[in-house]
Design a protein around this ligand. Structure first.
Ligand SMILES: Cc1ncc(COP(=O)(O)O)c(C=O)c1O
Length: 434
């Protein structure tokens, strides 16, 4: 068969069916504009890496190259550098997790761990349960393996166990195969909410009794602002949980080092999948991180990050209170995000071009639902701009929202305004979304 393609892409007809979900986001172009310095971007989940003293990293790099250069420049093990895996156990111990170095698999960021877990578990048509709303780029991965994402209701305490129970029952009754529950239980991306301790136990029990694996993704757990969050779900349950961690938010994402802690049998498959994908994760960056963790006050550095993000969270909450007092939002005790609820008739995606024109950007709520939900929500990231910029950004946002409301009210006098554009509902993440 010869391929026909189209004017834009000669190979259009040749792509695998699984790439259908990888369509470029129509908000990507807007995000490119939003990266201009005059725009306050509350869109991307980029950590504020400038709060990390650079000499800590250059020092670690120098020592690695001086003492261990050839090993750092060589291929390594598909499971990761053993010394780093030991350190990863120390990091996870802070969240109550006990494990064996044998069960840690280092990956190219936790994003890659999501890919590997999907690769070994998902067949076309399988179901992944996920919070509604859920991390956009995880859903992109699940969909790229032709799985369907089914959301479970959440509230200010995270997943609602009763809703989970019901969802599982209904899906099973419909003959669906549920492969795992994907959850970001602590300082969720995008909503900032945290699953309470009681609910953690209940969710684990529901999954255990239904033979559903839990995929616990925890990039933000150590970045708490007030009291520490409840212990990780993996601290309670070893056999039924794959835990994902990363150095992206507590150190820097440029290293691209994350990890999975998995039950023994799954770990074996993950290593094989890792080798098939990258041979071995970068020895160079793993060894630098290992050296950093051996010599620097890394817990003190995490405290510094906490302080930075706490100030920014406070600035965002105060500005919301001052400029948008009639709306409601989540109050995160850690992490990077606030989830803002807009009046029912506002569509945050169709409002985005206006916002960017007014020099403020956010991520529309629909990005975080696989089913077109979240239209009147938006994710606001407070991690990157300074507190002053955050305040200015929220001020600009309030102008945009109030303008949109006025417009809608004007049109509602003459007839309903079409605010839903279903063809735009299936977006993939813009670059640097985090
Ligand atoms: C919930 C969640 N999981 C995974 C990732 C990917 O992180 P990494 O940089 O480790 O690939 C992110 C990044 O923002 C995230 O928010």
């Amino acid at each position: 068969m010869t391929t026909q393609g189209n004017n834009l892409d000669r190979w259009y007809d040749s792509y695998a069916a699984r790439t259908a979900g990888l369509a470029a986001s129509e908000v990507r172009a807007l995000f490119a504009v939003a990266s201009r310095p005059e725009v306050v971007s509350l869109a991307g989940g980029m950590p504020f890496v400038s709060a990390l003293p650079r000499d800590l990293i250059t020092g670690a790099m120098d020592r690695v190259m001086r003492d261990n250069g050839p090993a750092a420049l060589q291929y390594g093990s598909g499971q990761g550098v053993p010394a780093l895996r030991e350190h990863i156990l120390e990091v996870m111990a802070l969240e109550g997790i006990r494990g064996s170095v044998d069960d840690v698999v280092v990956t190219t960021g936790s994003q890659h761990a999501l890919e590997l877990v999907s690769k070994i578990f998902l067949d076309p048509g399988d179901v992944v349960l996920a919070e509604g709303p859920s991390y956009v780029t995880a859903m992109v991965v699940f969909k790229s393996f032709q799985a369907s994402v089914e959301h479970v209701l959440t509230d200010e305490n995270g997943l609602v166990p009763e809703a989970l129970r019901e969802r599982i029952q209904n899906l099973k009754a419909a003959g669906k195969r549920i492969k795992f529950l994907y959850t970001v239980p602590t300082f969720s991306n995008p909503s900032g909410v945290t699953l309470s301790w009681e609910r953690r136990l209940e969710v684990l029990e529901i999954c255990r009794s239904n033979d559903i694996l839990v995929l616990e993704d925890n990039p933000y757990g150590l970045l708490y602002f007030d009291a520490p969050p409840p212990r990780a779900m993996r601290s309670v349950e070893e056999e039924g949980v794959i835990y994902l961690g990363t150095f992206s938010k507590t150190l820097a994402p440029g290293f691209r080092v994350g990890w999975a802690l998995a039950p023994h049998a799954i770990r074996e498959k993950l290593i094989l999948a890792n080798e098939a994908a990258v041979l071995s994760p970068s020895s160079f960056t793993q060894m630098i991180i290992s050296e950093y963790l051996s010599t620097a006050d890394w817990k003190g550095q995490i405290d510094i990050f906490r302080g930075v993000y706490r100030d920014r969270r406070d600035a965002m909450l105060l500005a919301l209170h001052d400029y948008l007092p009639d709306l409601s939002w989540t109050v995160p005790n850690g992490g990077f995000y606030v989830w803002l609820k807009l009046p029912d008739n506002i569509d945050s995606k169709s409002m985005l071009p206006r916002a960017v024109k007014e020099l403020v950007a956010y991520t529309p709520g629909t990005a975080f639902y696989a089913d077109g939900g979240g239209r009147n929500f938006m994710r606001l990231a407070f991690c990157y701009p300074t507190p002053e910029f955050i305040r200015e950004g929220i001020r600009r946002l309030s102008t945009v929202i109030n303008g949109e409301l006025e417009l809608l009210n004007t049109f509602s006098l003459t007839g309903p305004l079409e605010t839903v554009r279903p063809e735009l509902n299936n977006i993939s993440p813009p670059a640097n979304l985090g």
